[in-house]
Design a binder for this molecule. Structure first.
Ligand code: GDP
Length: 364
């Protein structure tokens, strides 16, 4: 999964991104790699994996990971090619979801590109660039649909829908705000519009505001209201604190957070929020060679989940031996869980649950 971090200049994107890459680099157990300078990989925190590691003492410990892409330099005029605009838009296109950092902190020493702190204006500035780019893409699709109607009238409904989406975009609203029936949602997804991507608005505020209670920050309510109007996610965050925490050893990190009255870092909250926004869950595999978490979408069936591990597993799928994580831990071992009849044999129509510990049986 790939998340693009966007936002105006000087809102705290790089600070957050540095926290992310530091966190990845610090977690020496985790496979960390910098693929490109603007890509950071972090582990998805999952306490269940630690428990399984205690049970199996595996040679390898592999959490699920998320990639964050720092999409800096998105400014007013980007859709018209200002400041390498199109390159940034292309970067966003490759992401599964967007984290939009919004400045909610006051600091006279740090210039705001538009002269004042105004989260709604800032959000709209960035969204407008995405919407303008979407209008170009949608116009091409509308043209194509008009040609198809000449051959077959059945495309009229599609055309009407696309024109409706265009009206919404022309009002300055994101495509994600369009009310859709299920088949229309599929149609909309087929156009791959930037403003239809799932989004979380990250309200970046000072540490003082954060610990005093985020609702007291005068700008947070504005961001929250906007996010709600789009049925989007919203998350208060303090990028500077995240940057400090990310350099700490795990034990120090726990103490630092406890001092602030928190039990997890903002980065961990962000990762969890992205998971729920995207409808993602994890299944687990456990044995002496490796304990590992795998990311799938809610509703994924067993063969497709097996395909995450290897395409052969999906092609030759026979069945899945599944035990719920809580059952496995309660029994203390897989053998004990088997004795109690808690290890189920599931077929190709089984819909995976979060925390399933699985062994796939397959033909090669
Ligand atoms: P970017 O242009 O969006 O990547 O912004 P940066 O991450 O480079 O941040 C711009 C400046 O704002 C830097 O000097 C940061 O240290 C500072 N900054 C980031 N977050 C906060 C914050 O919560 N409070 C204050 N006072 N400064 C911050």
């Amino acid at each position: 999964m790939k998340l693009g971090i966007v936002g105006l200049p000087n809102v705290g994107k790089s600070t957050l991104f540095n926290a992310i890459t530091n966190a990845g680099a610090q977690a020496a157990n985790y496979p960390f790699c910098t693929i490109e300078p603007n890509v950071g990989v972090v582990a998805v925190p999952d306490k269940r994996l630690d428990q399984l590691a205690e049970m199996y003492h595996p040679k390898k410990y592999t959490p699920a990971t998320i990639e964050f892409v720092d999409i800096a330099g998105l400014v007013r005029g980007a859709s018209k090619g200002e400041g390498l605009g199109n390159k940034f838009l292309a970067n966003i296109r490759e992401c599964d979801a967007i984290v939009h950092v919004v400045r909610c902190f006051q600091d006279d020493d740090i210039v705001h590109v538009d002269g004042s702190i105004d989260p709604k204006r800032d959000i709209e500035t960035i969204n407008t660039e995405l919407i303008l780019s979407d209008l170009e893409v949608l116009d091409r699709r509308i043209e194509r649909t008009q040609k198809m109607i000449k051959a077959d009238k059945k495309y009229q409904a599609e055309l009407d829908f696309f024109k409706h989406v265009k009206d919404v975009l022309n009002e300055g609203k994101a495509a994600r705000t369009v009310e859709c029936e299920e088949d229309q949602a599929e149609l909309l997804a087929s156009v791959a519009l930037l403003s239809n991507k799932p989004i979380i608005y990250a309200a970046n505020m000072s540490e003082g505001d954060f610990s005093a209670g985020v609702e007291k920050n005068p700008y947070f309510g504005v961001v929250k209201e906007f996010a709600e109007s789009e049925h989007a996610g919203v998350l208060p965050i303090c990028a500077e604190t995240e940057a400090q925490i990310s350099g700490l050893e795990p034990e120090e990190k726990v103490l630092f957070l406890a001092d602030m009255g928190l039990d997890e870092s903002g980065l961990d909250r962000l990762i969890r929020a992205c998971y729920s926004l995207l409808g993602l869950i994890s299944f687990l595999t456990a044995g002496e060679p490796e304990v590992r978490a795998w990311t799938i979408r809610e509703g994924t069936k067993a063969p497709q989940a097996a395909g995450k591990i290897h395409t052969d597993f999906e092609r030759g799928f026979i069945r899945a031996e599944v035990v719920a994580y809580d059952d496995l831990i309660a029994c203390g071992s897989l053998a004990a869980a088997k004795e109690k009849g808690l290890v189920r044999s599931e077929g190709k129509d089984y819909v995976m649950s979060d925390g399933d510990v699985v062994l796939f049986r397959f033909n090669v």
